[in-house]
Every structure is written in structure tokens, then in C-alpha cells.
Design a binder for this molecule. Sequence first.
Ligand code: HEC
Ligand code: HEC
Length: 300
Amino acid sequence: MIRLLMILGTILVLGAGAGYVLTRPRPLPPPAVEGLVGDAAAGERIFWAGGCASCHAAPKAEGDARLVLSGGQRLVSPFGTFVVPNISPDALDGIGGWSLLDFATALKRGVAPSGENLYPAFPYTTYTRMEMQDIADLKAFMDTLPPSGRVDEPHDLPFPFNLRVALGPWKALNLDPDWVIANPPSEAATKGRYLVEALGHCAECHTPRNAIGGLDLGRWMGGAPNPAGKGRIPNITPAALDWSEEDIAYYLKTGFKPDFDSAGGEMADVVANMAHLSDDDLAAIAAYVKALPPVANGGS
Ligand code: HEC
Ligand code: HEC
């Protein structure tokens, strides 16, 4: 923790100086969304693949209640506790007043309409790889969901993590739109790469982090401590997971493991999203997972 604070302190000083000019929030330019028209039906697939409801639905919401994106869940992390905001289409308390450009800027650049940095507890390090058309479709779908009047609460973050400006240098180091797996071996695995690296944010849980909370790409999907402090999230590379592609797809759809044990913890929520995807999409994710470079167990 001390080491972490020292690193963050250094970054803050950097950020306060000339570094700020290099790392200030950069909204997308307006031409980025020109001519885009969203298709709500197509956006539903993006919504479930992206797992927005896992964090933005009310605490413990189930079934159709997961479509009310009122926020309110508390996400505990080593940097403090985040209170997930309301992103329902309510014009006052949600994001109903946001333009497509505002929405795309949040997902791809991690910048709010106020011009401030957003925290990466919102996994925009994944969503930065999304196609613009998919973002337009997603917004069209989310605009059809029920509004919620829940008022956002402040996060509970100690200094220096409460300073959004300090995220500039963090983003310069960790926000990278390049693919992690450069050359997937098949068409299915390439489609799966988009579903995982741009939407499913599987790595946010299954990949260990470096000292400043960025993903350790050298140990991609190699298993990690649970950020909530309980237990470990499993290694899903072929070094540790010997399931067939069918086993993986079946698990994502139903939550059942090959030994008939069922998915627990945060993974149960992931399954609640994945169950909305087509068998083709789930097979593609499984093909990608099977093609991951093996990472031995251990490390942080
Ligand atoms: C792992 C949890 C998590 C997931 C998954 C997630 N979000 Fe968020 N989201 C957050 C948190 C936490 C914040 C608050 C960030 C901040 O205050 O800087 C946030 C903020 C946002 C904001 C900014 C809201 C505001 O009022 O400033 C938008 C827009 C958003 N998320 C959209 C989405 C969409 C769309 C998806 C799915 C594609 C999604 N989020 C998935 C946790 C998540
Ligand atoms: C919010 C955190 C989180 C996200 C996101 C997440 N997982 Fe998981 N995953 C877990 C946890 C926790 C477990 C262990 C579940 C258990 O103990 O039953 C798990 C288990 C698994 C397993 C079973 C491994 C085993 O050895 O039992 C597979 C396969 C898997 N996840 C794949 C994925 C894929 C693919 C994605 C992205 C589409 C994903 N996960 C996204 C947290 C997550």
C-alpha cells in the first residue's frame, strides 16, 4: 500500500506539471459520430456482451430488474469504494441528456461530458476497442430502457485517488486500443476476440494488475486475486483450464461446469449476461479462450 501511494504520489506530481498538457482528457472529435444511426435491436446484443447491467443495475437486481440501470452498487477496490452511477435514460438523474458523442467519448476515451476523467473501475480500457456503429446501436438500445430517478452518490476514495486529474498519466500508460492477442488462429477466435477484448471485459477480473492497477498484459487471463479481497479468480488459459470449446460455451450459457458444479461469485452475473447471446457468439468466445497463450499459475 505504501509503495502504491508513493507511485501514485509521483504520478500526481508529474500530472500537475508539464505532464498535464500531454495527458489531459481528450474527448472524441465530433466527426467521430457523424452520420451514425443506432439500431436498438442490434444494440441489445452489445449490451449483454458488454455486461453493463452487472455493475449498473441496482444491488441484487434479477431478471427484468437488471434493465433498470439505476446504479447504486458499491465496488470495493484497493483504491477505495466506487458507487456505480445511474446510466438509465432519465434526463435529470441518468444520462438521458447525453449526445451520442458524449456517450462514445465516455466509452472510448474515459472522459465525462464535464471534461473530467472517468475512473477505470468503469472498464473503458476494454470498451475503447468498440466499433463506433456498435456504440450507436448500444445507445439506441439503452434509450429504450426504463428511466430511474436514483440520485448519484459520491465515491468513497481517499487522497490522492479522489483527484480525477491524476488519472491522466494512468490512462497514458494503460488505455491502449490495440488488440492484446494480435493474431487469433481462426475466424471464430477473431470474432471471439472482439466479444472478449472490446466488450466482455473478462480480463478485468481474470488478469492480474500491476502496482498502479493496470492490467498485466504479460499474464493475460492468467488468474488474479479477487479485488473484493476474497479468494482468487481462476486462470482460464489452457495452462490451467482443460475444458473443451463446447464445455466453455455451455458454462457461459448455463453456469454449469463439466463436473456439474455451478458458477459462483461475480461469474454468476457474467453468465446472466452471456445467456442472452447466441450460440454462435458463445462458441466464438470459447474459441478465443481456447487459443489464449498459456500462463502458468502463480505470480501476483
Ligand atoms: C465493472 C463495473 C462496470 C461495468 C461492467 C460498466 N460500468 Fe459504467 N461505470 C462504472 C463505474 C464505477 C462508473 C463511475 C466512473 C466514474 O465516476 O469515474 C461508471 C460510469 C459510466 C458512465 C459515466 C456516467 C456518468 O454519469 O458520468 C457511463 C456512460 C457508463 N458507465 C456506461 C457503461 C456502459 C454502456 C457499460 C456497458 C458497455 C458499462 N458502463 C459497464 C462501472 C461499470
Ligand atoms: C466480474 C468478474 C468476472 C468477469 C468480468 C468474468 N469472470 Fe469468469 N470468473 C470469475 C470468477 C469469480 C470465477 C470463479 C467462479 C466460481 O468460483 O464458481 C470465474 C470463472 C470462470 C470460468 C471457470 C473457470 C474454472 O476453472 O472453473 C471460466 C471459463 C470463465 N470464468 C470465463 C470467463 C469469460 C470468457 C469471461 C468474459 C466473457 C469472464 N469469465 C468474465 C469472475 C469473472
